[in-house]
Design a protein around this ligand. Structure first.
Ligand code: FES
Ligand code: FE2
Length: 468
């Protein structure tokens, strides 16, 4: 992949918008590299064939860092989290010797050692009772007399690599994988000011969608669909002005200005109308704003920035006087290839994760997790349990979460199954991504191909450096 300067729609970039913020703009929002991904169509059948699902299983998922769970899911010694992705299943366990992760399969005949969240002092297989310690060492084997092929070494439960950042537990099946922290460094560094170590899980939706995992992820990687899928957002998102870039080969960003009307909106709303329209749709950022007291002359971003600073100070007791308007108002999304997104900025921020369902190229799961600052004067609240939503369940049916977000998610989830079925009728068999706004998506496909190619050739995974 070659680095190249691609431009967003030229007349008014995201940089133009934040350069007018009276607070100035933070350095980390300066454009990173773009990559040339071309304009060629990509084969649509990679969204549904068993063959491509198997290729991803063999060469992609087995060689990337993936977010399995959070430390709060396994706070005590012996707590186990059952993480599944495509056909693979893992045990993430808290032990006296740290967090460990194992393939969730008995070494005898493969029975799953756990089938859900549990607490264990050892792993006893329910089939023939061979038992391993939490450190993966065999401790009991009723049929040892009949298993001469096993010794102490080859009867250990194989582990997978574990890495931890901000309380999230990441795993990687590739024993030679580069360290997660070095690979995700550009994101970790940029998220540092936003105190990810002191947040709590306010809500967690696990939404199942009748579509391939890529069909599910892609609407969350571009802003071209805002005007049609989420028309209510358009008065307060600079969709066409968005910035898309690549801090390294594994990290990509989508950054859109908030409290800024879409350039496509005709006529353009006044600054006051922007706030009125945000209020009308229940946008949390205008909560508590007395619209009738607004001055005659003001800029919505400046006004809402001040409001956000004050509100966050009241709820957390922390000082936000140095926070820039962009850090309070904008949609700043960091994607970690291939299946995670973390939002940057102050205040409650979202985390996304996409996964293929077991054995199903046309079923996938999206986790939507809200990580919020700890309220003033309170102990860290208990982490929210996940709410599981099936193919036909609406996010709006949940009590948790702001309604404006739930409406947006339902709009996307309403669209996605029809993308999955519709693409099968493409006469050309090709999907056509736009050059700039959808560059992160095309790049994801190209990077998946690189994983498949290097995997087949038994080479190591692609480098994190972008090629110049
Ligand atoms: S399959 Fe686990 S003990 Fe036999
Ligand atoms: Fe969307």
């Amino acid at each position: 992949m070659n680095e190249k300067k691609l431009s967003s729609k030229p007349e008014n970039t995201y940089q133009d918008i934040i350069s007018k913020d009276i607070t100035g703009a933070p350095k980390f929002l300066e454009p990173a590299a773009n990559v040339t991904t071309g304009v060629e169509g990509i084969d649509a059948d990679r969204y549904w064939t068993q063959e491509f699902y198997d290729l991803e299983n063999e060469f992609l998922w087995s060689r990337v860092w993936q977010m399995a769970c959070q430390i709060v899911d396994i706070p005590n010694e012996g707590d186990c989290f059952h993480y599944e992705i495509a056909d693979k299943s893992f045990i993430i366990v808290n032990t006296a010797n740290g967090i460990k992760a194992y393939y969730n399969a008995c070494l005898h005949r493969g029975r799953k050692l756990i089938t859900g969240h549990c607490r264990k002092s050892e792993f006893e297989c329910p089939f023939h009772a061979i038992t391993w310690s939490l450190d993966g060492k065999i401790v009991r084997n009723p049929i040892a007399w009949d298993m001469p092929q096993w010794n102490e070494e080859n009867s250990r439960l194989p582990s997978v690599k574990v890495s931890i950042w901000a309380g999230f537990i990441f795993i990687n099946m590739d024993d030679n994988a580069p360290d997660f922290h070095s690979l995700a460094h550009p994101m970790i560094k940029d998220l540092e000011p936003f105190d990810w170590d002191n947040r709590y899980r306010e809500f967690w939706f696990e939404k199942h969608v009748k579509a391939n995992w890529k069909t599910l992820a892609e609407p969350f990687m571009e802003s071209h669909h805002s005007q049609t899928t989420h028309p209510q957002l358009v008065p307060a998102i600079g969709d066409i002005n968005s910035q898309y870039d690549f801090p390294n080969a594994y990290i990509s960003r989508q950054i859109s200005a908030g409290a800024t009307a879409s350039p496509a909106m005709e006529p353009q709303p006044s600054e006051k109308e922007k706030l009125e329209l945000m209020k009308k749709r229940g946008d949390a950022r205008v909560e508590g704003v007395a619209l009738e007291e607004l001055p005659d002359e003001f800029r919505a971003r400046t006004f809402l920035g001040k409001h956000a600073r004050k509100r966050l100070n009241e709820t957390t007791g922390k000082d936000y006087s140095e926070a820039k308007d962009s850090e309070l108002l904008d949609y700043i999304l960091y994607g970690i290839f291939p299946h995670m997104t973390f939002w940057a900025g102050y205040g409650p921020k979202l985390v996304y994760r996409w996964r293929p369902e077991p054995g199903n190229p046309e079923g996938s799961i999206m986790d939507i997790i809200m990580m919020s600052p700890i309220p003033l004067g309170k102990e860290k609240p208990e982490p929210a349990r996940k709410v599981i939503l099936g193919y036909n369940d609406k996010v709006s049916s949940c009590e948790q979460g702001p309604s404006s977000l739930k409406i947006v998610l339902d709009q996307d989830f309403g669209n996605i199954p029809h993308i999955q079925t519709g693409m099968k009728s493409l006469k050309s068999g090709k999907i056509n991504f736009s050059e700039y706004t959808e560059s992160r998506i095309r790049y994801m496909h190209q990077f998946i191909d690189q994983f498949i190619e290097t995997g087949r050739a038994k080479k190591s995974i692609p480098n994190a450096e972008l090629e110049h």
